[in-house]
Write a protein that binds this ligand. Structure first.
Ligand SMILES: Cc1cc2nc3c(=O)[nH]c(=O)nc-3n(C[C@H](O)[C@H](O)[C@H](O)COP(=O)(O)OP(=O)(O)OC[C@H]3O[C@@H](n4cnc5c(N)ncnc54)[C@H](O)[C@@H]3O)c2cc1C
Length: 460
């Protein structure tokens, strides 16, 4: 055991897991099975003091530091060869204040942890569409999900964050203290420090009417056009994403259609239940609905509806953009490449950005692309590493066909793959230079560099 690791075992309360431990292989794995990295140690931090100790050890030893929230990042930022992993997974606490409608959430909580704690109060934090995703990475990159149109991005509901900085101090960032840091945390990714606590505004969300509607692939052009037009004017309590879906063997899918490719609209109506039929009608009328599972259900049930189709350990390769406008030419490119969707877990998801998300000013947070209308992401997900070449090719070919229609160079930082490093300036968009200055203030030596990295601005 190296001196650094030995000293850490004495300094922290959480477990320090090395290759001598039986559970090392489980502890080093992240969500994307492509990343088979062997850290020097994984430190399961129980509190801010543990985080401070690992940051000091990383700084003093020169070992790379990886910070892991939920471990979902496709580039595998939550693990590193021969470095130290700050694993926040023991820090999952969620404290709900139902009177103030505020929740304090540990830096290692998942969306499912938050939903579990807030639902009994009829409250929710806007998050993403798979409940195993970490609140940490999702929030720091922006946070797109079913509630984006009604209450904004996840960062639009962040009230404050406790952050352990590169110099080892913990500070609180909010609208009233360390304002520049608070601005940068809301969209600037994990570049500025380790967030041990997030404080979120909660919203009234109880049971919603939602779920997937399946349409024939042959109707995809009509469905996409209808979706584009309707999501620009639909009531804001309606969230809905578009996706390709090879039909799984589920009770609501006709037996003779299992394995067929469909296009799917996944809706979430957080308004009066009696209005759901009328609100969803324009989408249902896009073409004939061939199968559906749209019901009143607890919000956490909708949030976890797809968890089983994307378990930990699969192979992931994604490509993403923001788009100014979903043109008919772009739709034609989607339809052409969507038809070759290679695996039941693979898809292209189209998330709308409008409503409450666009009422926040472009420069109010570091999220650089509020003026765009959709965030498309081609999600290549499959089981067998032997299929990597063919699946990666599908994603790259698809992306090459849609990118010229984007009207934007940038994509959502949280949807990037590990060959997208050079896209960071475009992904942070017009906010990149200010982010680089904040980075120089809080992390001048780029200690936190395993992320969509922002190089510290040079002095002068
Ligand atoms: C199946 C799946 C579904 C997804 N669905 C959505 C979705 O609906 N909406 C959406 O917006 N995104 C979605 N994403 C993308 C997701 O937001 C990113 O993968 C995000 O990085 C995950 O955060 P994490 O904490 O799980 O990941 P990690 O790999 O643990 O971390 C990601 C990055 O954030 C940093 N980080 C994490 N926690 C902290 C912290 N507490 N303090 C400082 N830095 C931290 C890490 O260092 C790393 O750079 C999805 C991803 C997957 C794999």
């Amino acid at each position: 055991m190296s001196d650094t690791v030995k000293a850490l075992t004495e300094a922290v309360r959480g477990r320090v897991i090395t290759d001598k431990d039986a559970d090392y292989d489980g502890a080093r794995r992240v969500y994307n099975g492509m990343h088979d990295r062997r850290p020097r140690a994984i430190i399961q931090c129980t509190d801010s003091a543990d985080v401070m100790a690992v940051i000091a050890a990383g700084r003093d030893s020169g070992l790379d530091l990886a910070v892991r929230g939920g471990g979902h990042s496709v580039p595998g930022f939550g693990t590193v060869d021969d470095g130290l992993v700050i694993d926040l997974s023991p820090m999952k606490h969620v404290l709900v204040d139902p009177v103030k409608k505020v929740a304090r959430v540990g830096g290692g909580a998942t969306l499912g942890d938050v939903d579990h704690a807030t639902y009994p109060f009829g409250l929710a934090v806007p998050g993403g569409v798979v409940s195993t995703t970490g609140v940490g990475g999702l929030t720091l990159g922006g946070g797109l999900g079913y509630l984006t149109r009604s209450v904004g991005l996840t960062i639009d509901n962040l009230l404050s964050a406790d952050v352990v900085l590169a110099d080892g101090r913990q500070v609180t960032a909010s609208d009233y203290q360390n304002e520049d840091l608070f601005w940068a945390l809301r969209g600037g990714g994990g570049n500025f420090g380790v967030v041990t606590n997030f404080e979120f505004q909660l919203h009234e969300v109880g049971d919603v009417v939602g779920g997937p509607m399946f349409f024939d692939y042959e109707d995809a052009t009509a469905v996409l056009q209808c979706y584009r037009d309707y999501m620009a004017r639909a009531p804001e309590q309606l969230g809905c994403f578009f996706g390709w879906q090879i039909a799984p063997d589920l009770p609501f899918i006709p037996k003779d259609r299992i394995g067929d490719l469909f296009c799917v609209l996944v809706a979430c109506w957080n308004g009066p239940h009696e209005a759901a039929e009328e609100v969803l009608k324009p989408l249902r009328d896009a073409a004939e609905v061939k199968a559906q599972f749209v019901e009143a259900m607890p919000f956490p049930a909708l949030q976890s509806l797809f968890d089983d189709s994307v378990p930990k350990g699969m192979q992931h390769y994604w490509k993403a953009d923001f788009i100014a406008e979903l043109t008919d030419e772009a739709i034609a490119a989607h339809v052409e490449h969507g038809k070759n969707t290679p695996h039941i877990s693979s898809s292209m998801h189209l998330h709308p950005i409008n409503g409450a998300a666009q009422r926040v000013g472009a420069e109010e947070t570091a999220f650089g692309h509020r003026d765009k209308s959709f965030a498309p992401v081609i999600v290549g997900i499959w089981d067998d590493p032997a299929d990597n070449e063919a699946n990666i090719k599908w994603v790259k070919d698809y992306y090459a066909a849609i990118h010229p229609h984007s009207g934007s160079d940038g994509g959502y930082v949280n949807f990037m793959s590990d060959d997208d490093d050079e896209r960071a300036p475009a992904n942070y968009g017009a906010n990149y230079e200010r982010l680089a200055r904040v980075k120089a203030t809080y992390d001048p030596d780029n200690l936190f560099h395993l992320n969509q990295n922002i190089a510290p601005a040079s002095a002068g």
